[in-house]
Structure formats: structure tokens, C-alpha cells
Design a protein around this ligand. Sequence first.
Ligand SMILES: [Zn+2]
Length: 144
Amino acid sequence: MARLNRIQHEYVDFIPARLEGGRLYISMKYRTATHLCCCGCGMEVVTPLNPAKWHLSDHGATVSLHPSIGNWSFPCRSHYWITSGKVLWASAMSEGQIRRVRAGDHRAVEVEAQRESRVDQPREETTQSASWVTRFIEWLRRLL
Ligand SMILES: [Zn+2]
């Protein structure tokens, strides 16, 4: 199964019965978009377009869908963003993240997933808090 890195969109009245991979079918009439899971597993992903579900942004040549698409009910458990026609993959979700999504806390998981995908950035925060902890321990030692 090959993961896709791009997806093309197509406006349709009715979502076709047979979907082609790498294609996002958008029906404004039925306020829904459908595509085959970008991991290549062949599962059909239906993303209703309404304020409680997904928001579609049309950039002309490409589209974006927000929030991310988490197929945790599928065996593949794919999680990705469709941004400007690109498929951006999140790391596999932990059980805890899946539980929070199922509990409706989509936002928290988005933030976590984005934080995970930025692990290559300098870890200044960690260093600072570590030195703060060290100073605090030193201070405690002086008290004892
Ligand atoms: Zn899949």
C-alpha cells in the first residue's frame, strides 16, 4: 500500500459509486466530500462539510480540508491533513489520543499531533524547565 502525498479534487453533483484513489470528490449539493483513504487501503472516507464536521477551503487549483482526517475506525488508523492538495501525514495515534477523539476532544489531538510532527525543532523549552527544576532542587536542598 503506497501512501499518497497529493490529492486532486473534483466537484461533482453525486459522489460516484466507484472512486478513484488520489481524488477528492466534492458535492456542494449534498455538502459532503469523499475520497479513498490516502494510505491506499481502499477504505472510503466520507467527510461531511458542515460547521460541526469539516471545512473546505478552495484555493483555485487546490483545496484544503480542516480539521485533519483521522481514520481510527479503519484497520490502517491513518491520520493526515489535506492541505492545498497535499496529504500531510501525522504520526500514528496513541490509544490515549484515539480515546480523546472518541470523547469529542478533536482539538486537543490536533495540537498534540502537530507538536509531535515538530520534534526536529530545538528543544529550548525542555532545557529551560530542566534548569528551573535543577535550581528549585538546589533551593530545596539549602532549606533542608
Ligand atoms: Zn487507510
